[in-house]
Design a protein around this ligand. Sequence first.
Ligand SMILES: Cc1ncc(COP(=O)(O)O)c(C=O)c1O
Length: 398
Amino acid sequence: MKSFPYFFTWSKQKNASHFSPVKSKGSTVYTETQKIWDLSSVSFQASFGHSPETIITAIEKQLKEMPMASAKATYPLKDQTTERLINYIGSDSGKIFYTVSGAESVENALKIARQFKKRKIVLARQVSYHGATLGALSVTGDWRNPPHLTSSEWTVRIPEPKDDPTLSKTREVILKTGPENIAALILETITGGNGVIIPPQQWWDGIQKLCQEFDILLIMDEVICAFHRTGIPFAFKHFNIRPDIITMAKGISAGIIPFGAVWVNDKISKFYDDEILCCGLTNYAAPLGIAALSAVLDLVESPKFQKELNILIQYFHQRLNSLASLPNVLAIRKIGMLAAIDLEETISWDVFIKENIYLLSYEKRIVLSPPLNFDLEQFEKAMDKLEHVLKKFKSEKL
Ligand SMILES: Cc1ncc(COP(=O)(O)O)c(C=O)c1O
């Protein structure tokens, strides 16, 4: 097997899965010999496909006018786009801290929460992924955490929603930890890569109440869910949650420019009027990212996009409902354009790619997050192909 001079992520390097794309258009990636449908928006970030024209044009324009700017720079596009982002969140106050990735958004959210509260501990779920930097990994609970020996003094796990529907055990964890030591609770609104787990409304109501009762900040990690992935701007709106801090990345720039953002509420933002915000990045508020975000907001706020997205979601859910009866399928969880399929037996990523489908797979689970503007005819073909693989695997053991 050929060896490469660069690493592949999250893999043993020997025989790591890979493929060789040469170009991409819409929701399709081409190799020399294959046309591959992208059913996962790469890693959730290509929310508007691989060649979103208006976003690329906005980036190109910015590249010619002012490709780079100091963190101290103020200019109309930055000011207006940030106001629009705050409105898109559904707020008229608070502030944005810009970053370059989801992990950096989580990292800065944790730093701000700890600095604001002057408390050290952050509560988090075991079934979670929040990014690969040490801070973000310290709250991550999945298999990617243990090898990095992150500081266990900083994180306390709360029980999973299914194990604590009334949150009585979570209350015990808070009391045992001492609320005076807890800065924040961080949660993915919908657990994304770890299986699209959608906690029930009752659990969310309980979480909101506990955070209020014990004066704990609620950080919603919307890195996957924001920008309409679940059919609406932010997933926390499905549950009437009032976060204090929101982390964003991926779809924020359509995945074309590395970019991210953290929103903090008014109280936290005012705290920093007279306090040094001890956070910063060389590429803070990069103009190419701001330009991409501005074009993303134009896109998601257009009635055409929203109408077509609703049609796509309806079709996606119909197809998922029919996959549910296949012998190899144990369970399907879905919300908007995000779904997980639990399989009886593992089908490896290499099998799907051979069959011209790009998706995220880990052991006996696949996670689907197709581009939000997938051409419907092409999407039908991609879903036909997925159905074919799921059926064929069971009958022939690919
Ligand atoms: C919920 C969530 N938060 C944070 C991250 C980290 O984002 P990034 O890989 O851009 O650092 C991810 C990445 O998949 C994620 O799924």
